[in-house]
Ligand binder design. Structure first.
Ligand SMILES: [Zn+2]
Ligand SMILES: [Zn+2]
Length: 316
């Protein structure tokens, strides 16, 4: 694997299949990122194959972005609930352990409007998924963690990270540093990696808070879905957090602030992507795509540990 691949060109390649031109979600403002589109999806409750609705093109772009709908729509998506959309909805329902009926029931619509990570659930080329089935202790059902074929080479076990200073940061850098230090420590405890804060010039991992369309990122925060953050697989090293969400770093403030999200919890999740992990279907896993508001989730679950061990055996 080439060690030096341009961050954004890699990200652009990765996102070709999920790039969208969605504008329906782009009406949020600081402190409230439950955009109008969330309410729009509520209108789809009960919809199924054969019906039409003006919000369906937005839903198709959403499902395409997250890897569930393969259709390529050069001239835009239609308002019709077709068989491809039904198949995509079934796939989506299966991922989130909902009844895979293909009908947009209340539970499915509720799941669709949850704030989530912007990384696709179904991993496409050039990072095809290698899914490993494992058993969860005390649970008769199997669980899945997702792995990509993008990993850091054995020569890259000491990774340097940098937090970009900009006007969108919700907290002073001195307050954010310990939060990210802890988040990296969580993964370092269960992997062969060592993470050290560094300058932007020499860091492999670049963290920052951004709003809407940012830098040359192929995945804008005002594009598809209510996005908390996103990160790209190795060797990208890019981790961006949506500055338009309400963030907390103090557990008590988190508990007492409506619709607030914990920076450390999101950081631990996104670092998993930086190391090459995809999304897990296990709700308790760090690598599950959604995070509840006012919730702290910073400890790796057995599924996350199995995933990172499969990707980087401790001897490597
Ligand atoms: Zn994610
Ligand atoms: Zn970004």
């Amino acid at each position: 694997m080439p060690k030096m691949v341009s961050t954004l060109s890699f990200a652009a390649i990765l996102m070709i299949l999920v790039q969208t031109n969605c504008t329906e979600w782009a009406s949020g403002h600081i402190g409230n990122f439950h955009y109008q589109a969330g309410a729009d999806y509520l209108q789809l409750s009960g919809y199924g194959k054969g019906q039409s609705h003006e919000v369906l093109p937005s839903l198709k772009r959403y499902l395409q972005h997250f890897g569930y709908l393969d259709t390529v729509a050069d001239i835009g998506f239609s308002h019709v609930f077709d068989k491809d959309l039904e198949a995509a909805v079934k796939k989506y329902q299966a991922f989130f352990s909902l009844n895979a009926t293909g009908i947009l029931d209340t539970a499915t619509v509720h799941q669709l409007i949850q704030p989530r990570c912007g990384v696709p659930d179904i991993i496409k080329d050039p990072a095809p998924a290698k899914f490993h089935r494992i058993n969860v202790t005390g649970n008769s059902s199997s669980s899945l963690y997702g792995l990509t074929n993008s990993c850091w080479p054995p020569s890259s076990r000491r990774l340097l990270y940098n937090i970009s200073l900009n006007e969108h940061m919700p907290f002073p850098i001195a307050d954010l540093r310990p939060v990210f230090r802890e988040a990296f420590k969580t993964w370092a405890s269960f992997s062969p990696f060592e993470f050290t804060a560094s300058t932007a010039r020499i860091a492999q991992l670049h963290i920052g808070f951004y709003r809407g369309q940012h830098l040359n990122c192929p995945d804008p925060f005002d594009g598809v879905g209510n996005l908390l953050a996103h990160a790209f697989y190795p060797p990208s090293g890019v981790l961006h957090i949506n500055a338009d969400c309400v963030w907390a770093i103090d557990p008590e403030i988190l508990r007492n602030t409506e619709e607030s999200y914990d920076v450390q919890s999101v950081a631990v999740h996104e670092i998993g992507h930086l190391l090459g992990l995809g999304h897990s279907t296990v709700p308790e896993a760090i690598m599950y795509p959604t995070l509840d508001s006012q919730t702290r989730k910073v400890e790796l679950h057995g599924d996350d540990i199995a995933g990172i061990n499969a990707m980087y055996p401790r001897s490597s």
